[in-house]
Design a protein around this ligand. Sequence first.
Ligand code: MLT
Length: 201
Amino acid sequence: MKHIFKKGKSLNGPTLLLLHGTGGTENDLLGLAEIIDPDANILSVRGNVLENGMPRFFKRLAEGVFDEEDLILRTKELYEFIDESAEEYGFDRNYVVAVGYSNGANIAGSLLFHYQDALNAAILHHPMVPRRGIELPDLAGVKVFLTAGHNDPICPEQESIDLERILTENGAMAEIHWENNGHQLTRSEVEAASEWYQQNI
Ligand code: MLT
């Protein structure tokens, strides 16, 4: 997968897995990583799917309606890519913290829904429930910070509420930070994520 890897202070420290929103690239969230943890290793990945020229992490049938078959396949592809990257660059595979926005948050959520040991923690900006009606792995010890907008037209607030509940029911420690700025990724929610990170990671 097209990506950027940057070694931080220590390969044994956390690695931020950066996952952009629809139409983004692996460059988009680098500034955000700088705010969250300037010392972390960075693995920033570009989604392999193109929708009218816009990179995404999996196909969708319509806005908010995911192509489940593709979601499953792409989740596996990303999971394996993290494994391979840990081998290649030498970072700690068990200390990967996803930071995703919108479509990137949704594939990060999907990693949690499908693989027990995919992520140590995740910051999900404006996520949705990636799949419903499936059994999740045991997520004990996994920490998740969600940010959501009460008035987000793309990710309705119920999606974040359901996602927090499903993650918690399966053992994760999840919490939501709410804003009122639609689907925008705001400076204040990044700062809230950064504060959460300092306390939890
Ligand atoms: C998705 O397709 O993952 C969500 O609708 C968010 C987005 O617009 O990317």
